[in-house]
Design a protein around this ligand. Structure first.
Ligand code: IPM
Ligand code: MN
Length: 351
């Protein structure tokens, strides 16, 4: 690879600040490998919406398709009515670029404080479906505002969509030490979708005899995530359950400020998109206090995806070294003070 043609969407709130630190890391790690990083900024988010009324145009999507990957900061702003930027921008990106795998690794770095008393080793990946489920906007409301209002949101689960995701989860499990897949759903209540997911895991699982599997209802899974997180290796689940448990997974591993994610189009038919799990945190935007580790960790997933595995491991090592430094400072009674640019400086200095 001689060039990485990157689309950059800083977005709202703390998005642009944390993205800038991720870009510094990418510039350095690619520069030292003589790979040209071409950055194209896209003005998407609250500011553009206020100025033009546009969220994401067809022309934007076409332009984004021409890149190798997309780096995204955060989308969402309290000055825009809830749902507009989320549905018409972020989810539209995931849907139109067919990001059917929403990959969210959870790692507890040594010495990082977890709210769990006895977290043990936490190292699992949530493979969240990204293009179906309750996120399709399939539903409606009648007699709105009356006592007789009826609102529905219907979850869409296709055999095609579930199969391709479940296959990805098993392939991923094959690359990991524990080779274990946990299906999380609620098939005792959501019988139609639940049984499609269960059957699919059984069928595809039969092709992977080395991979062990188990099943948890979503409510039980939220318990085990806090009582026994070390039991998880690869979790495969639908869009909404995956959304909920990845926030919980972020919390138990030191906060969503550390959690990275990838919206993957594994077939390469459209560019994949890399973003922190956290949101735009408008309350702290512009104050240089947001932790950019989640954004920087998203570049690890990006680099792996574009075939730069060594560069990815370099960045991962730098993040781990940085987190060890934070843990040592805390242990010495002199807690590390996070500033957005300071964390960027520190990660770059060990890179
Ligand atoms: C996430 C976010 C989004 C989601 C919102 C902002 C639409 O919570 O990336 O987890 O629900 O997927
Ligand atoms: Mn979420």
């Amino acid at each position: 690879m001689a060039e990485l043609n990157l689309a950059v969407i800083g977005g709202d709130g703390i998005g642009p600040e944390v993205t800038e630190q991720a870009l510094r890391v990418l510039r350095k790690v690619l520069g030292s490998r003589v790979i040209t990083l071409t950055e194209t900024e896209y003005d998407l988010g609250a500011r553009r919406w206020h100025k033009t009324g546009e969220t994401l145009t067809d022309a934007d999507i076409d332009a984004l398709r021409d890149h190798d990957a997309i780096l995204l900061g955060a989308i969402g702003d309290p000055s825009v009515p809830s749902g507009i930027l989320e549905r018409e921008l972020l989810l539209r990106l995931r849907f139109s670029l067919d990001h059917y795998v929403n990959l969210r690794p959870s790692i507890l770095y040594p010495g990082v404080p977890s709210p769990l008393a006895n977290p043990d080793e936490i190292d699992f990946v949530v493979v969240r479906e990204g293009t179906e489920g309750l996120y399709c906007g399939n539903g409606g409301a009648v007699r709105v505002g009356t006592e007789h209002e009826i609102a529905t949101e219907v979850s869409v689960n296709t055999a095609f969509g579930v199969r391709r995701l479940v296959r990805y989860a098993f392939e991923l499990a094959m690359t990991r030490e524990h080779k274990h897949v946990t299906l999380v759903h609620k098939h005792n209540v959501l019988v139609h979708a639940g049984h499609l997911w269960r059957r699919t895991v059984e069928e595809i699982g039969a092709e992977y005899p080395e991979v062990t599997t188990d099943y948890l209802h979503i409510d039980a899974a939220t318990i085990f995530l806090v009582t026994e997180p070390s039991r998880f290796d690869v979790i495969v689940t639908d869009n909404l359950f995956g959304d909920i448990i990845t926030d919980e997974a972020g919390a138990i591993t030191g906060g969503v400020g550390l959690a990275a994610s990838a919206n993957l189009n594994p077939d390469g038919a459209a560019p994949s998109m890399f973003e922190p799990v956290h949101g735009s945190a408008p309350d702290i935007a512009g104050e240089n206090v947001a932790d950019p580790i989640a954004a920087i960790a998203s570049t690890v997933l990006l680099l792996r995806y574009v075939g730069q595995a060594e560069a990815a491991e370099d960045v991962q090592r730098a993040i781990s070294a940085h987190m060890t430094m934070r843990a040592e400072a805390a242990a010495a009674g002199d807690p590390y003070r996070v500033t957005t640019t300071g964390v960027g400086d520190d990660v770059l200095s060990v890179l």
